[in-house]
Design a protein around this ligand. Structure first.
Ligand code: PLP
Length: 458
């Protein structure tokens, strides 16, 4: 039985927060001016409660991660059992542990067939740091150490470590702390709205993938080690590429011997209605970085799936790979992941996204375009974005820019939260990525609240 909800002194907590806690990605002076941080205290299913007892729909699954929803006692129980049996032991120096072994084998079963091996990390950022070191090590061992450049995309998000933020293409991050580090270059993102004027989507997909080939030729073939991309760019604004994009990226990587890396930190574990987003996009990656949905965020865990053609080179010829984290293969995190994946499987959540809730969310967002403030909406699985417009009927294609301040304002002024739904704003785009357990009735409830907020703003 759950304990009775605790009563919280919100202002006292906010004072302590403000006095001592440096938050990620936060302007603290602004946060103070707004009256302090909202204190979140409890979750159940798709709902969250703050310290004042207010209930909201978590339209963002935390940070795109709570795929099986909040309040799953069986995950907590699995973690508890493991923590009381063996809370920690490392997998350095010729040891391993039971949950890590079982999880590695399970991931090999779930991943596309080229994958049999996995390297564990604690986060998505560390997974992408690992990718960077691993692909360079691979080319070293292959006798091509000059293949050391990694191509990524503008506006991509690959994490917040030095390598993760450098692989990412966020201008705001690059402006601080001397980024990007050497050996990483960026090409345009496959945003049809931004760059697709005068072309069909299919034509644009080929053109955007062609930017990779141009970059490879500019740098000189034999120089590029890998290309990294998110199947659907998440933090960059839910950029869903045209269906021609990923197959063409794959063709170009094959042609020039470039390793293909799919960053599935958001797209993995059912978000797009497949276990891994690359399966939907028609791409065959050599490495997959993952995190978030592998444990539904109940405890930190990430990793890199490594295709056999890379893994076998590292295993048979690579000797020591001088890389790893204390918490690589952490037993409690791996136990949580095993139970999380059991839930995803037993409740057929991935199939549900593909067949039921994803299409239902798509239809609901399409309906929202009837609202005078909404210009365009698109979804992929359980990720959706809608673009706000200044003037109904306008679009970027007729030269009318969307109004970024509107979306950001609705989120930052707390308008959405106050009216019961958490969304995110990226530029002019409002985004949701709800827990995969969200039912059709709950999708309706979320859409109703979004429409209500739009009405209030209009
Ligand atoms: N890659 C992608 C696509 C992400 O969205 C994120 C986080 O949002 C990361 C990597 C970084 O993961 P983490 O925050 O666990 O380090």
């Amino acid at each position: 039985a759950r304990a009775a909800p605790e009563a919280y002194d919100t202002q006292a907590l906010q004072r302590l927060d403000s006095a001592h806690y440096l938050h990620p990605f936060t302007d603290h002076a602004q946060l103070r001016a707004r009256g302090g941080a909202r204190v979140m205290v409890r979750g159940d299913g798709i709902y969250l409660w703050d310290s004042d007892g207010k209930r909201v729909i978590d339209g963002m699954s935390g940070l795109w991660c709570v795929n099986v929803g909040y309040g799953r006692d069986s995950i907590a129980d699995a973690m508890h059992r493991q923590a009381t049996t063996l809370p920690f032991y490392n997998s350095f120096f010729n040891t391993t542990n039971v949950p890590a072994v079982r999880l590695a084998a399970l991931l090999a079963e779930l991943a596309p067939p080229q994958f049999r091996h996995v390297f564990f990390t604690t986060s998505g950022s560390e997974a992408n740091d690992t990718v960077m070191r691993m692909v360079r090590r691979y080319w070293d061992v292959m006798g091509q150490p000059q293949r050391d450049v990694i191509v990524s995309r503008h506006n991509a998000y690959h994490g917040s470590t030095m390598a993760g933020a450098s692989l990412g293409g966020m201008a705001g991050m690059h402006a601080q702390g001397g980024l990007p580090i050497p050996g990483i270059v960026h090409i345009g993102q496959p945003s049809y709205a931004e760059h697709g004027q005068g072309m069909s989507e299919a034509e644009f997909g080929i053109k955007a993938a062609g930017w990779l080939e141009e970059k490879i030729l500019e740098l000189g073939p034999g120089k590029v080690a890998a290309f990294i991309g998110e199947p659907v760019q998440g933090a960059g604004g839910v950029i869903i590429p045209p269906p021609t994009y990923w197959p063409e990226i794959g063709r170009i990587c094959d042609k020039y011997g470039v390793l293909l890396v799919s960053d599935e930190v958001i797209c993995g574990f059912g978000r797009l209605g497949r276990w891994f987003g690359c399966e939907l996009m028609g791409a065959t990656p050599d490495l997959i970085s993952f995190a978030k949905g592998v444990t539904s965020g109940y405890v930190p865990l990430g990793g890199v799936l490594v295709a056999e053609r890379v893994a076998q080179v590292l295993i048979e010829k690579g000797g020591d790979f001088n890389h790893g984290f204390t918490y690589s293969g952490h037993p409690v995190a791996c136990a949580a992941a095993l139970e999380n994946i059991r839930i995803l499987r037993d409740e057929r959540l991935v199939e549900r996204v593909a067949q039921e809730t994803g299409p239902y969310l798509k239809a609901g967002f399409a309906d929202l375009t009837s609202h005078p403030l909404v210009g365009h909406a698109e979804t992929c699985g359980m990720v959706a974005g809608l673009d706000l417009v200044r003037r109904k009927g306008s679009s970027v294609h007729d030269g009318e820019r969307f109004d970024p301040s509107l979306a950001v304002g609705m989120v930052c002024r707390g308008h959405m939260f106050d009216n019961g739904v958490i969304m995110r704003a990226v530029g002019e785009r409002m985004i949701v990525a709800p827990p995969l357990v969200m039912t059709r009735a709950q999708i309706d409830e979320m859409l109703e609240r979004i429409r209500f907020c739009l009405d209030l703003t209009h």
